[in-house]
Write a protein that binds this ligand. Structure first.
Ligand SMILES: C[S@@+](CC[C@H](N)C(=O)[O-])C[C@H]1O[C@@H](n2cnc3c(N)ncnc32)[C@H](O)[C@@H]1O
Length: 388
């Protein structure tokens, strides 16, 4: 692979986190960051690509586009991908995986696009090298991303490999853990200043707590991760990668802010404990088995950021009563706090009975959610019992 000084890159993210990702990439030194749909395009060199992979909290993967072409008929896909000199990137004993994403194209099935693209690369290598590479979906040597939008096809290398939400710290989970990238994104969207004490009263396995602590400590998002796709590329620069890691790690500080998590399920708190032990945050973050309705504010004033149950993975017997309980508890006990909750249950959240001062649309997997802000004033001033 030849090295260019700078080249175009694309960071993929979750719908609703694009603006946060633009800011993160710019802070890391990316130029020309431009918001797209569930992605941000930018320009950088290899160092920037490594940095984005190591430090970005709101990116799911970092793609390095190789070539673009127009698809007028289905056969163009195979032919154009076959024409590319894949032998410069892959040996016959290497393994390969294809991710295909399609919208509004002549193809209707992304699996078919992945299959055709794989055939083109494999046939090319067999014709040029005499043998064909194998397919390994979990740990391929090269992961190729094929993106089709209308008649435009972009073929890119996936420099991340496995999705960056796999931070490497989650040793134990509950039944409905929040995606780490979404958790980090919510914390950024909330405007938490990393100095105000933070409480997650339905913390499950502790993802929001850990992401908040890592953010407050300036600890790189990839600190606990061991593998990235680019490490298997022919042009992998191990010295540069070590420098990127060492530079980023050197900026990590001790945790100065108080962070507390509770959950009514003992099992969930056990999972959170295990994850905190692994991340060495066990001394810094306090945990408690407690129902929200029975909890007392852990700090005089602070931020609540929480991911209450709302989807099919966690059944709530009476979701209206459940959300009413959340609202009543916040009103009665958490005056002076700023609270943020994510939920897809847009009917039930009305029963919180407080008018949200912000409603940010965001997706949790396939679920369209709102991330809602409630300003909990002291006394009843400012409260309106709203169900609209
Ligand atoms: C969607 S999960 C949170 C997942 C968490 N963000 C994570 O990443 O693991 C919701 C959590 O709320 C907890 N929960 C449900 N009802 C509760 C209540 N009344 N008080 C406190 N926790 C509750 C559940 O035990 C569950 O762990």
């Amino acid at each position: 692979m030849k090295k260019e000084s700078t080249f175009p890159l694309i960071a993929k993210t979750i719908s609703g986190l694009e603006d946060a990702l633009v800011l993160e990439l710019e802070a890391l030194g990316a130029t020309g960051a431009m918001k797209l749909n569930r992605a941000v395009s930018f320009t950088g060199d290899t160092e920037m690509m490594y940095k984005a992979n190591y430090a970005c909290r709101t990116a799911l993967r970092i793609l390095k586009p190789l070539f673009h072409f127009e698809i007028l008929e289905q056969k163009d896909l195979y032919e154009k991908i076959y024409e590319f000199p894949w032998e410069d990137y892959l040996d016959a004993e290497h393994s390969l995986a294809i991710d295909a994403v399609i919208s509004y194209t002549v193809f209707t099935n992304s699996q078919f696009v992945a299959q055709k693209s794989k055939d083109a690369i494999v046939d090319r290598l067999r014709d040029k090298l005499g043998t064909r590479p194998s397919v390994d979906l979990e740990h391929p040597d090269l992961k190729v991303n094929v993106h089709l939008f209308k008649d435009a096809c972009t073929v890119a290398l996936d420099s991340s490999g496995q999705s960056l939400h796999r931070r490497g710290y989650r040793k134990s989970t509950g039944p409905a853990p929040i995606n780490e990238v979404l958790a980090a994104g919510l914390i950024k969207l909330s405007g938490w200043d990393a100095n105000t004490p933070l409480f997650d009263p339905m913390c499950g396995s502790g993802t929001l707590l850990i992401e908040a602590a890592m953010l407050a400590k300036n600890m790189p998002a990839g600190y606990f991760r061991e593998e990235w796709g680019f490490m298997k590329w022919r042009d992998f620069d191990a010295d540069l990668w070590e420098k990127v890691r060492a530079d980023a790690n050197a900026l990590t500080t001790a945790l100065k802010v108080k962070i507390h998590g509770s959950d009514r399920a003992e099992r969930a708190i056990e999972s959170a404990r295990e994850n905190l032990r692994f991340t060495n945050l066990y001394e810094d973050i306090t945990l408690e088995v407690k129902s929200f309705e029975d909890s007392q504010p852990p700090f005089e004033k602070g931020f609540i950021i929480s991911n209450p149950p709302y989807d099919e993975r966690l059944e709530i017997e009476d979701s209206l009563a459940f959300y009413k309980m959340i609202g009543d508890t916040m009103k009665r006990k958490f005056a002076g706090y700023t609270a943020w909750m994510i939920s897809s249950d847009l009917e039930s959240v009305k029963f919180i009975g407080l008018r949200p001062s912000r409603r940010i649309p965001v997706f949790n997997g396939p679920l369209e959610c709102r991330f809602l802000k409630f300003d909990l004033f002291a006394g009843r001033k400012g409260y309106q019992d709203v169900i609209d």
